[in-house]
Write a protein of this length. Structure first.
Length: 205
């Protein structure tokens, strides 16, 4: 996790001059707290009772879920496209997929916000808290439903271990997104940068 996180942050620093004006201050803020971000992964070294590892989806997000008349269908189990085949096949905590879906809500909220404010940029400051509110409560509903169905399954950690592990996976996913967007869609890099900036604020509290 640290290796991939460092690679994404190094790439961001290397491409800093190529980012647009809206993304550059966010990138500066994230790079300034690099050590704080990486330290979150160190906490996992001593984490006992963190649940089990299984075959996971690996790239679980809203775009991989189709709503049918009475059910949902999940697609594309090949994992994250920028990971090696060996990494995609590794057994991991189910919470990695949970983190992927939580980050997907951030993408949905901010992609809609940026699309709407393209022609009304002055409204972004007013609308952004609503995007954050939607993202927060949708994630809460998803997590509550997931935990209710999972119950006392041995697959998952308990209590504060759940929170610590999930938070680390959310940070890891956001940093993966950062590297992906810098490489493939630099105009989208604002979304993971905003997410990481908010996670930094949470860590610092």
């Amino acid at each position: 996790m640290r290796t991939h996180a460092r690679a994404s942050l190094d790439l961001l620093a290397e491409r800093l001059g190529t980012l647009n004006e809206a993304s550059r201050p966010l990138a500066d803020a994230v790079l300034a707290r690099r050590d704080l971000l990486l330290s979150r992964f160190d906490e996992l070294r001593s984490l006992d009772g963190a649940g089990m590892r299984i075959r996971i989806h690996g790239d679980y997000h809203l775009g991989q879920v189709l709503r049918t008349e009475e059910d949902f269908v999940i697609l594309d189990f090949e994992g994250e496209p920028d990971r090696t085949i060996i990494e995609r096949r590794m057994k991991q905590s189910p919470l990695k997929d949970v983190a992927g879906m939580i980050r997907s809500y951030c993408y949905a909220a901010y992609a809609a916000l940026f699309a709407f404010t393209t022609h009304a940029p002055d409204s972004q400051a007013v609308l952004e808290p609503w995007a954050d509110t939607w993202q927060y409560w949708v994630a809460e509903a998803f997590l509550n439903g997931y935990r209710a169905v999972a119950g006392a399954s041995a697959l998952l950690p308990r209590d504060e271990k759940w929170d610590r592990l999930l938070r680390a996976f959310v940070i890891e996913k956001a940093l993966y997104e950062l590297g992906y967007e810098v490489n493939h869609r630099p105009e989208w890099v604002r979304i993971p940068l905003i997410g990481i900036r908010k996670l930094i604020g949470f860590i610092g509290d």
